[in-house]
Design a protein around this ligand. Structure first.
Ligand code: BES
Ligand code: ZN
Length: 467
């Protein structure tokens, strides 16, 4: 190692010490050695890829689409495993809304003319005949009281579809006709749950013609939407907590997460039964270890619908609780034979939201060098998973994934036969060793000792996952 580099490593060490963390473990204090230590072995020797593989096989027997019985069965299984390992568990439910489409049709007749409207995604199915009132863009505070009992004619643009519909609904409107703000695509956005009036879209030319007609006299429209709507379903997060002994408690919380839902029709073996299997395996392995920080393992629902479970979970944290969370490790797609290409670290990469290193990446990259993988793990920048809401709360967070993705991503072919036990083992060891470095009772005192873990150099990679 060049002299200049040593200086930068020492600087990093100084910085990291101040936030209580880090690194590759020296064997008996040998400089720059990243050998596995007895300390790592307490965790990693117990991690069984066979256990993880069996969990994936079980979970991927059927899709676990958010809001379906498949999700609930999976979530209940995960909860029962956490319980078996002695954790305090919770099945946290939250509502999600699915669009219903069943021969959707819309009719809009004005003055004997059928305008063949576009039906809003999730629009309430209903029928109304009423006068039309031009309410402009239906911006907050601008909707006239005269819209009560009438159909609102709204111009697209400036605020969201949901806001526009809500603003006229609040004034008692009984239907919505929205006209486009440009001549191009006439596809319109979504209505929201509870907006129980029919909503359709028309072209800009049609809308402007109605605006002109309304200047000359009243217009009555007949508006009918059928086959469309929104239904409420329940999705779930599964939460497991292990508190440290009272006299050993640092007040810190370390989190490990994955998402248990799959895309509709996909068995989601790699996405993300693989991550769940590692969460469960680490929970098992750590259940009997002495700890000085709270361990919190969570599997999220509705990730595939837009990170809904993790956002819901984050919204339930008080400021004080969020402040205690010192790290969030998210594992999503950690076992594919066919992902990662020829990249170093078997294709494993740690993605952060801001593309910067943090406590999670520092700990895990160094752990990579001293566990089964035997090399540091690079980092990159990407969202697209449940590390996002934690980052937004100011919590150091990263996504562990093999990149580029496998060709089976989000297909029915994401099955157990595509899973590589070696990748599961390597990733679980890395996260396990890094987590335990925070939670073991002799940190931070450890970092002053001769066997202090060492920081490692690891690089940013501008690597796109594809798909
Ligand atoms: N497992 C993926 C995450 C992912 C996909 C990471 C592709 C890197 C590349 C996740 O389950 C997923 O599919 N996420 C969605 C986004 C989410 C906000 C709905 C995606 O990436 O399309
Ligand atoms: Zn996923």
């Amino acid at each position: 190692m060049k002299k200049k580099k040593v200086v930068s490593v020492l600087l990093t060490a100084g910085l990291v010490l101040s936030v209580n963390g880090v690194y590759a473990q020296g064997n008996g204090g040998t400089p720059n050695s990243n050998a596995t230590s007895a300390f790592d072995n307490k965790i990693i020797k117990k991690i069984s890829a066979d256990n993880m593989y069996n969990t994936i096989a079980l979970l991927s027997e059927q899709p676990r689409t958010a809001g379906t019985p498949g999700e609930l069965i999976g979530a209940q299984y995960i909860k029962s495993q956490f319980e078996k390992y002695g954790y305090e568990t919770e099945l946290q439910s939250f509502p999600i809304y699915d669009v219903v489409r069943n021969n959707v049709s819309g009719i809009l007749e004005i003055g004997g003319q059928n305008l063949k409207p576009y039906v809003f995604s999730g629009s309430y199915s209903g029928e109304t005949t009423a006068e039309v009132v031009n309410v402009g863009k239906a911006l907050a505070g601008t909707v006239p009281d005269t819209v009560r009992g009438k159909i609102a004619l709204i111009e697209r643009g400036e605020n969201t579809f949901v806001e526009k519909i809500q603003n006229v609904l609040d004034k008692g409107a009984v239907g919505v006709i929205m006209y486009n703000n440009s001549g191009t695509s006439n596809a319109f956005g979504q209505a929201s749950y509870g907006q129980n009036i029919p909503a359709v879209g028309i072209t800009r030319a049609q809308g402007l013609a109605l605006v002109e007609q309304l200047k000359t006299g009243p217009l009555t429209a007949q508006l009918k939407v059928s086959g469309s709507g929104l239904v409420e379903k329940q999705s779930y997060n599964v939460i497991a907590k292990m508190k440290p002994q009272k006299n050993k408690d640092t007040g810190q919380i370390v989190m490990v997460g994955a998402h248990h839902d799959s895309v509709p029709g996909g068995p989601g073996a790699n996405d993300d039964a693989s991550g769940v299997s590692a969460v469960l395996e680490l929970a098992r392995v750590m259940s009997n270890m002495p700890i000085d920080s709270e361990l919190r393992f969570v599997t999220f629902g509705s990730e595939e619908k837009g990170l809904l479970g993790s956002y819901h979970y984050a919204s339930t944290l008080s400021d004080a609780e969020a402040d205690k969370i010192v790290a969030h490790f998210q594992m999503d797609m950690i076992g594919s034979k066919d992902a990662g290409g020829d990249h170093a670290a078997n294709g494993l990469i740690m993605y952060t939201i801001d593309g910067k290193k943090n406590k999670v990446t520092d700990l895990a990259s160094a752990a990579g060098a001293r566990t089964a993988l035997g090399e540091v793990v690079p980092y990159g920048q990407l969202g697209r998973s449940d590390h996002q809401p934690f980052h937004e709360l100011g919590i150091p967070a990263a996504l562990f994934i093999h990149s580029p993705l496998e060709p089976w991503y989000h297909t029915p072919a994401d099955t157990i036969d595509k899973i590589d036990k070696n990748k599961l083992q390597e990733t679980a060891e890395i996260v396990g060793a890094a987590v335990y470095q925070i939670a073991r009772p002799d940190t931070p005192a450890l970092i002053h000792s001769r066997v202090a873990p060492k920081p490692v150099d690891y690089d940013f990679e501008n690597r796109s996952p594809g798909a």
